[in-house]
Design a protein around this ligand. Structure first.
Ligand SMILES: [Fe+2]
Ligand SMILES: [Fe+2]
Length: 471
């Protein structure tokens, strides 16, 4: 197992002290990063003690240490999963050849682009969520938000390490620009659409961590297969942290659903609004929105880029080892395509469908979460259920983009779509209702009325624990 240098200015398990040039470059980037964190990180809580998990090693025991820490003092560091001995490329034209320890010249630009695109999402989400702390429904949730935020900061470090180590001057420039772009900015926006949407309420936050962080999981899983070994090792370690983000989202929505069910039963007319809860149809509309936004992040259904990433061994499939054929040359993928206003089934060469293959794994994973939410409804004796909309609904990217598909995946008249979109997507009233519930609850052990308590606290501590010290 690799050793972690925790006393270093930048904690790491990559022997940073051995490479003075790289160390100097990263030490120059560090204050800029901290400047960004102070400006764009959680608003109003920088000086508070937060019960946080910090990675101090990459093995099962070492990677999760808990203690109170002020966020700017968080030990952001560089951690790579331990190398796999004699690792070979697991797919594509170079299948079976040794994995690369350096960047192959012919893939340099593509790899840099992949790393920058992934890296850009990390600070973007911190920016999107920076004001949420002021309306946290409990100290437990406040702490979880900050845990997610500091880890997204660390994921930025992970990508910046790769840029600095393997991409020379242009890598350093990209690392600077990662601190310059701003989520939602008209002139310097973040790269991907879903990361420019503001997240100013906790329903959106839980939907984001459920659906958008889960896209992140699948992108990281695909990059973990990469023939570029440092990228593979970096993303493998990021995945261990990412799991908590999705936990926050999945259980967050689950707790809303659970509370909605309780309040529905409490009201003589089953009117959850009157009881100060969030109606299921409002939850469903937010689900529809965030699912569609997150599906877009996988890219087009048929994609020559995806095919060439696969061919080149840069980006593989989710759990590539579970496939028998790692070349994917003569296979096909059956998908619904739109032709002359009609949906038809068509076979496309499998390599061009790699985005869709990854998206399929994602959809299945999301469905598992929705099933879990529905079990809460069932247990409460309610007949309503939540569901994932069709993959074609409300897309902005790919072959279904900007076509009037309803949540069942039927192509409807544009007029009908416009008339009914208020049934399917959050509208002004929904936003106003959700906004009216965003009142902070800051006493240990208490929680907002619209949300159920979690089944347990953090790391064996009770829910009542003072996860954030506010005074
Ligand atoms: Fe991340
Ligand atoms: Fe995340």
């Amino acid at each position: 197992m690799s050793t972690v240098d925790l006393s270093a200015k930048i904690p790491n398990n990559v022997d940073l002290g051995q490479d003075k040039r790289l160390l100097r470059a990263l030490e120059q980037w560090q204050p800029n990063y901290l400047g960004w964190w102070r400006e764009m990180g959680p608003d109003g809580f920088q000086e508070k003690d937060v019960w946080l998990r910090t990675a101090v090693g990459v093995d099962a025991l070492g990677w999760a240490q808990f203690d109170y820490v002020r966020m700017p003092d968080y030990r952001w560091g560089i951690f790579l999963a331990d190398p796999v001995k004699e690792r070979t490329i697991g797919f594509g034209d170079g299948y079976g050849q040794p994995a690369w320890g350096v960047v192959p010249g012919e893939h340099r630009n593509t790899l840099r682009r992949l790393i920058v695109t992934q890296g850009d999402t990390e600070p973007a989400s911190v920016e999107q969520q920076r004001r949420l702390g002021t309306s946290a429904p409990s100290l437990y949730d406040l702490r979880n938000l900050f845990q997610v935020n500091v880890e997204e900061g660390r994921h930025l470090w992970a990508m910046v390490y790769l840029l600095h180590s393997y991409f020379g001057r242009d890598g350093r420039e990209e690392a600077e620009e990662l601190l310059q772009r701003r989520s939602g900015s008209p002139d310097k926006p973040r790269i991907l659409g879903a990361f420019n949407q503001p997240i100013d309420n906790w329903l959106d936050f839980f939907m984001f961590t459920m659906f958008t962080d889960r896209d992140g999981k699948y992108q990281l899983l695909a990059l973990a297969e990469s023939g570029f070994d440092p990228l593979s090792r970096t993303t493998r370690f990021m995945l261990t942290e990412e799991a908590h983000h999705m936990f926050v989202g999945e259980t967050g929505v689950e707790r809303i659903v659970q509370r909605t069910a309780e309040l529905t039963k409490l009201d003589p007319n089953g009117d959850v609004r009157r009881q100060g809860g969030i109606p299921l149809e409002v939850i469903q509309r937010h689900l529809n929105l965030w699912f569609a936004l997150s599906l877009d992040l996988f890219g087009g259904e048929v994609s020559s880029n995806a095919a060439s990433f696969f061919a080149a061994g840069l980006k593989g499939r989710y759990r590539e080892e579970s496939y028998e054929d790692h070349l994917a040359l003569d296979q096909h993928y059956r998908m619904s395509v739109v032709r002359d206003g009609r949906v038809e089934e068509e076979e496309v060469p499998l390599r061009t469908a790699m985005n869709e293959v990854l998206r399929d794994g994602y959809v299945e994973d999301c469905q598992r979460g929705v099933d879990r939410w529905n079990r809460r409804l069932e247990e409460a004796g309610l007949s309503e259920r939540l569901r994932l909309p069709s993959k074609r609904f409300h897309r902005r990217i790919g072959m279904y983009a900007d076509l009037p598909f309803d949540p069942d995946g039927r192509l409807v008249e544009r007029g009908e779509w416009e008339r009914r979109k208020g049934e399917w997507l959050p509208g002004e009233d929904d936003r106003a209702l959700v906004a009216s519930l965003q009142k902070p609850v800051r006493e240990p052990g208490r929680i907002a009325n619209w949300l159920a308590r979690p089944a347990r606290g953090i790391k064996g501590l009770p829910f009542e624990y003072e996860y954030v010290r506010l005074d």
